[in-house]
Design a protein around this ligand. Structure first.
Ligand code: ADP
Ligand code: MG
Length: 492
């Protein structure tokens, strides 16, 4: 079999830390910005006599995710203990959901790559389950001791397990970005990979195209989109080399070595941990009735895929729709601007989109990713609409519009006020412009003669003179016909 005939197959296991006020099974506060070991209590520390009680808000957040991904919510699900011995786990076991998770099936639409956003794929989910997080060990280089922080121990997590439906490293990254967008739209997690509130393990295999799946290997703890992509590519290289040498791929757990861009085997399957799963005796099954699901469903906002479809209906490109919806705040900004521009026929959704995804987004990115959430954005949606209206009505030029937007952003002053204050208004007044044009032609008598003698190119010279005389504020659409008319009169 030639290398070309291998088909990469990828399935992701994604952990997402829920941003509830307290932990999964205790009232102990849950935050990501506390000093080490500030967020502990007897349950978190695994002290004898403590009992777990599910956090209702965490369960509701998990339900939102299941609803958003069309996953089937199970009326009865069960908690299980997963045992291992490690300092980050004071109880000696983690409470999770093993063979009775709260949600099964479902999936999500993933936009295609840049330039082909409309080529969406659908990645199905196997399951989503709830669990509590472990603490965090820090191994100090060259020191005999390690540090442990229990702030994260017991924090609420959902794990989203995809079917092996992903076919490339780039598609894996797009899937994870879409998951992040959904979670953020739902408001259930910060979903920040650097901070570890979104974490990913990738299962990778190579098998004959169209044939049975190859043996999967699992790369652990990928903490950025870039490393996810690089690690999958590196692992595909490793497996391809093995297969081409005629050696079997053995199921294993790997880590990704960023510095050398290779995956390394941590343990092979024979040595896989035995977690001795058993049902959690301290909690009854979790019961979720239809009324509860219906109530949570009514709180789920419009999600990225639905928004993309709606925006495409407004004659935006798939690319525009993908850019606007990638960030919930940006999509909300666009919607607020749309609502404000309602009835202004000259302001099309496409024009608004161009100003928002171009000038405004560029400035927000330079501004260390400042929020464009309506109400917090430096330039309010209503201001942006006013600005586009000023440009569309010819009150200011498009170039001036960009400058005005820059000032409005920096100073948080309404564009209309800046236009008046700093004199950006285009001169469109015909009598004012006619007088100016006559003056320019009087001063350029020689050029007028040459123009009338056939040197058409001099038209640009006159336009330049008029622009200079008005400090660039003459409206070219008004100037041109007036100028031609004045020159014609001088020639007759
Ligand atoms: P485990 O807990 O043993 O890792 P899970 O069921 O939680 O098992 O996760 C299995 C993951 O591996 C899923 O994301 C699934 O899509 C993926 N997977 C299964 N078979 C393959 C395969 N042949 N190639 C790539 N990924 C696979
Ligand atoms: Mg796994």
């Amino acid at each position: 079999m030639s290398a070309r005939d291998y088909q990469p197959v990828i399935g992701l296991e994604v952990h997402c830390q829920l941003n509830t006020a307290s932990k999964m099974f205790t009232g102990c506060p849950s935050r990501t910005d506390a000093a080490p070991n500030e967020l502990t209590d007897p349950y978190t520390l695994g002290l004898p006599g403590t009992l777990p009680v599910p956090n209702k808000a965490a369960v509701e957040y998990a339900l939102r995710m299941a609803i958003a991904t069309d996953s089937t919510i199970q009326p009865v699900s069960r908690w299980a203990r997963k045992h291992y011995f490690y300092p980050d786990l004071p109880k000696g076991y983690q409470i999770t959901q093993n063979d009775h998770p709260y949600a099964l099936g479902g999936g999500l639409e993933v936009p295609g790559p840049k330039g082909a956003e409309h080529e969406t794929t659908y990645v199905r989910l196997i399951r989503i389950h709830m669990e509590e997080d472990a603490g965090k060990n820090t191994h100090l280089h060259g020191e005999p001791d390690s540090l442990v922080d229990y702030n994260r121990a017991g924090a609420p997590l959902i794990e989203i397990v995809s079917e092996p439906d992903i076919r490339s490293a780039a598609e894996a990254a797009r899937y994870l970005k879409e998951l992040r967008a959904i979670v953020r739209y739902l408001g259930i997690s910060e979903a920040n990979m650097e901070e570890g509130t979104l974490r990913c393990d990738a299962n990778v295999s190579l098998g004959p195209a169209g044939g049975p799946l190859g043996t999967r290997c699992e790369i652990k703890n990928l903490n950025s989109f870039k490393f996810l992509e690089l690690a999958i590519k590196a692992e595909l290289r490793r497996q391809r080399d093995l297969l081409e040498r005629g050696e079997p791929v053995r199921q294993c757990t790997l880590s990704y070595d960023v510095a050398r861009d290779v995956t390394r085997v941590m343990r092979i399957k024979e040595a896989a941990a035995d977690y001795r799963y058993f049902p959690e005796p301290d909690m009854p099954p979790l019961l979720v009735d239809a009324a509860w699901v219906a109530r949570v469903r009514s709180e789920v906002p419009e999600l990225p895929a639905a928004r993309r479809a709606r925006y495409r209906g407004l004659e935006l490109t798939a690319y525009d729709a993908a850019v606007l919806t990638a960030d919930a705040a940006l999509a909300a900004y666009f919607d607020a601007a749309l609502a404000r521009a309602e009835g202004e026929d000259a302001i099309t959704p496409k024009k608004l989109c161009n100003w928002i995804t171009g000038e405004l987004l560029r400035r927000a990115k330079e501004d260390e990713g400042a929020s464009l959430e309506p109400g917090r954005a430096p330039v309010e949606p209503a201001w942006l609409v006013d600005l586009v209206a000023l440009v569309e009505r010819g009150v200011i030029s498009a170039r001036a519009g960009k400058e005005v937007l820059g000032k409005s952003y920096a100073e948080r002053v309404a564009p209309a006020d800046i236009v008046e204050r700093d004199g950006y208004r285009q001169v469109s007044d015909t009598s004012e412009l006619s007088a100016l044009i006559e003056g320019v032609l009087d001063r350029g008598a020689k050029q007028v003669e040459q123009y009338l003698g056939g040197k058409d190119k001099l038209l640009g010279f006159f336009v330049g003179q008029i622009m200079k005389a008005t400090r660039g504020q003459a409206n070219p659409q008004v100037v041109r016909p007036l100028l031609l008319e004045a020159l014609r009169r001088r020639g007759s």
